[in-house]
Ligand binder design. Sequence first.
Ligand code: CA
Length: 355
Amino acid sequence: MSKEAESNRNPALQFVIALAVVLGGIAVGSIVVMRQEKPSVNQVRPGLTRPPKASVFDTNEMVWIPGGTFWMGSDEGQTDERPVHAVTVNGFWIDKTEVTNEEFEKFARATGYVTFAERKPDPKDFPGVPVEKLVAGSVVFSPPPGEVPLDNHYAWWSYVPGANWRHPEGPDSTIQGREKHPVVHVSWDDAMACARWAGKRLPTEAEWEFAARGGLARQPYVWGKEQVPGGKWQANIWQGRFPNENTAADGFKGAAPVASFPPNGYGLYDMAGNVWEWCADWYLPDYYAHSPKENPPGPDTSFDPNEPGAMKRVQRGGSYLCSDLYCIGYRPSARMKSTPDTGLSHTGFRCVRSK
Ligand SMILES: [Ca+2]
């Protein structure tokens, strides 16, 4: 996306763009893990937890994911999950959990960083828009009182002035008591800034999916085959009639403290559900048809047929808003996308590092 295009946003447009986040591809699929390489020379194994180096994020330990080859994508999911193709990734460290509010606060305090949602839109970028309309804010899930058609996303998303990571539901809300919750309302640029400060980076889409699968072969979920094994929910998603009935059968109506559910085979928490996670890659729906087999870095451009002209980055993992009626985005092959300047109340990130 050009700089000009990136800046050519206003809150209303940002809201529209944000809606695309809940539109992404979703369906049921299955995947195959082909082969897991032997532990690397330093004898680390999947699931081994240790901080790789001194990190400013001392509360979020990282897990070593050995390199390997796997089947990426799904032939049963959305079109953009196809074709299933063999991908090899080098080993990497990945955060055991999503970045939490208390971790993001360390970054903000140390650097004085102001997130996109906290910045007042620059009148220069919005000629003709009354100054009083240019207010900082973000898009918040605001469920309607009754059932609504699932083709109108305005029915459950609202642009809320004053909403940002410190005030997830608006100016009167706080993150007090939610220190261990994943940070939300962070744009891709915000996530990148935080990752760089921590000496880390965002995962590529391939790294993310490889890690999410946890070494399992041909399983539709990061924990295996059954959605609710033994009647026990394995991820923070949505139960009930979306978007007005949230039964919270999994124990959480909104975001949950990280690691509230069992980890996957690599010891990683919330690779399904809780909040969407930004990846480094640009989004192209047909990237898999021609992506390199080894360490695909993502395309160098972006296109979303649902919103031509908007360059988007990939998000993965689904969120507490993923309902089987609407969005099965918590499957490991499901892909989501949004413009880099978009923050939402169900989107966060986790980081990786190569060594
Ligand atoms: Ca839930």
